[in-house]
Each structure stands twice: as structure tokens, then as C-alpha cells.
Write a protein that binds this ligand. Sequence first.
Ligand SMILES: Nc1nc2c(ncn2[C@@H]2O[C@H](COP(=O)(O)OP(=O)(O)OP(=O)(O)O)[C@@H](O)[C@H]2O)c(=O)[nH]1
Ligand SMILES: [Mg+2]
Length: 349
Amino acid sequence: MLARAALTEYRQECLSYLARFCYTARVCFGACRNFWFASLGVPVRIAVLIPCFNEEAAVDAVVRSFLAALPEATIYVYDNNSTDRTPEAAAAAGAVVRRETRRGKGHVIQRMFADVDADVYVLVDGDDTYDAASAPAMIERLCAEQLDLVNGARVAASQSAYRPVHRFGNVLLSGLVRCIFGGTITDMMTGFKVFSRRFVKTFPGPASGFEIDTVLVVHALALEMPVAEVQAPYRERPAGSASKLRTVRDGFRVLWTIFRLMTEEHPVYFFGTLTILSAAASLYFAYPVAMDYMETGRFVQLPSALLAGGLMGLSVLFFAFGLILDLVFLSRREGKRLQYLSLSPPPSQ
Ligand SMILES: Nc1nc2c(ncn2[C@@H]2O[C@H](COP(=O)(O)OP(=O)(O)OP(=O)(O)O)[C@@H](O)[C@H]2O)c(=O)[nH]1
Ligand SMILES: [Mg+2]
């Protein structure tokens, strides 16, 4: 019996050593690979990812401009059952065209991140509103400073390029994200972002539509990844192409996503607020009951007393929920962080 227990313990110890060895070997391999690439001048593998839905009028110019700015890159256009000739136009311009059947920018980005293997990823809209010439400097910054995200904050090239409603909504939502999750990102909703491989391969991506931009930024902030923001010119869509964004509906979806992410990443904020609110309501109802009791020595307002007691119980419950969920999400975040640390940083060019 004793011998079997000792054997089990010995086996577990061996397995734990093996796991630690594999982890160290993986990290060393990544570092050696980067060093080797740099010393041999092996080019960094760059993938330009373009989600497209009915962008026939613009996709040709986007693909050609990115091929000119980044001749070594592979351009991927992911189409979502476009009803126009987007796939044909993209293929003719030199892109690798792939298809995702689930509609929505979020679904497409999840699919791109899963399928494409590269060292650096450039994500850009297929509507020809971003300047491909900014991409090399963004990639250089990512590699030189070993960042995980370089965010291309939009600077409107003309008055009509950046609609005032969108600008206002973006300022509001980006500010909210900075307040809750920290960081200094000022343009969360930009469609021009450069990512490291370790960002892409640790992104769980629970989003289907335009709220994906929020989830991307919060992923970087929650895992405390090094991030930078640069300014990128932003111009009008070409004639004949139309926006897919439904301002009010998508704005509320982003707001809901921020709320959901807050309850996931910082449950104490949410449940702490509920604890304080229900405790305050309980005291509000308890005060007259206590006053009556002190004057008459009896509980005159029984319903108020019951309500106050119930609300105080609820507040204790919310407090306990907050603490438990905080512990659960802390260990989940640690798991994600370890996964992130097991991948090597962007190769220095
Ligand atoms: N594959 C795919 N791409 C999409 C879908 N919805 C939007 N896109 C693409 O996502 C990019 C951004 O969409 P836009 O309509 O330009 O949205 P936006 O840039 O936030 O809004 P605007 O300021 O109006 O341009 C474009 O390249 C779209 O073609 C979709 O359902 N599937
Ligand atoms: Mg756009």
C-alpha cells in the first residue's frame, strides 16, 4: 500500500518535472528562433487580414496598396457570402481569398486568427479608408519594442471621412474602456491594428459582430500586454461602397459587451456596486423602523422591517458572489497569462 502511494507520488513528481521541462524548452526554442531569424536576416512572416462583406468597389485598391507597402506580406481576404464580386476582385488583385459562412466581422476575425500562421498580423478593413503606407512603421514599432498590439488611431483626412456621431460614440466608448480596464487607447473602434503572434494565438474571441474591436482591446489590457497607439490617416469610403455599421444597434452592442467584459474581468466592481446599493436601500427602510422601536419599544412597521432585513441579506449575498467570482476569474486570468507567456515575443527585425 505504502509502496503504491510512493510510486504514485514519484510518478506525479516526474510528470511535473516533464511539464516544466517542456515549458522551458518551448520558451528557449522561441528565443533561439528569434535570434536565428535576426542573425540570418530571415524575413518576418507578415499576414494582412482583411474582413470583407460586399466590398467590390474598394477591395481591389486595398489589396494592391498593401501589396505595394508590404511586398513580403501575404494578403488574406475573408469573405462572408458577399452578394457582389468581392471574392473575384480580391483574387484578381493578388489576395488569398477564403470564406467564412457565419456572418459578422467578429466571426470572420476569429476564423482568420485560427487559420493563419504568421509572426505579425495586420488587420485592416476592406473599405479603402485606411492608409497602407502607415503599416510598415506600425510593424517596425511592434517588432522594435516587442509589443503585442499597435493601434492605428484614426486622424480624418477630410471633414466627411469620420462621421461626427461615430467620432462621439468612439470617444465615449473608448473613454469607458479606459476607465474600467485602464490603458491609454483613445480609438478603440479603429479597423487598423497590428498584432503579435502571441496576441493572436491567445485570443479566445467571443464576439460575432463589430463588438470584436472592444474584445480585442480588452484582451490586451486584461493580460497586461505591452501596447502602443499611433496616428493613422483615415479617409472616406470610395463611391459605390456602403458602410455595414448600424450606428445605434452596434453602439448598444458595444456598450453591452463592455458591461459583460466588466462583470467577467472585474466582478468585484459589479457585485460591489450591487452590495452597496442593496445595503443603502436596506438602511433606508430600516431607519424609520429603528426610530419607532426606540420610541415605542415595538416593531410598528413590520413590512418595512422585513424588507430591510431581506435587502441586507441580499447585499451579503452579492458581496459573497463578488468575492467568489473574483477568485474564479483571477485563476482564469492566470491561466491565460501563462498561455501568453509560453509564446515568444515578436521577432526583432
Ligand atoms: N467578412 C465580413 N466582413 C464584414 C462584415 N461586416 C463588416 N465587415 C467588414 O468589416 C470592415 C468594417 O466594416 P465597415 O462597414 O467599414 O464598418 P466601420 O469601418 O466600423 O464603419 P464606417 O465608419 O462606416 O466605415 C469592412 O471591411 C467590412 O467589409 C461581415 O459580416 N463579414
Ligand atoms: Mg470602415
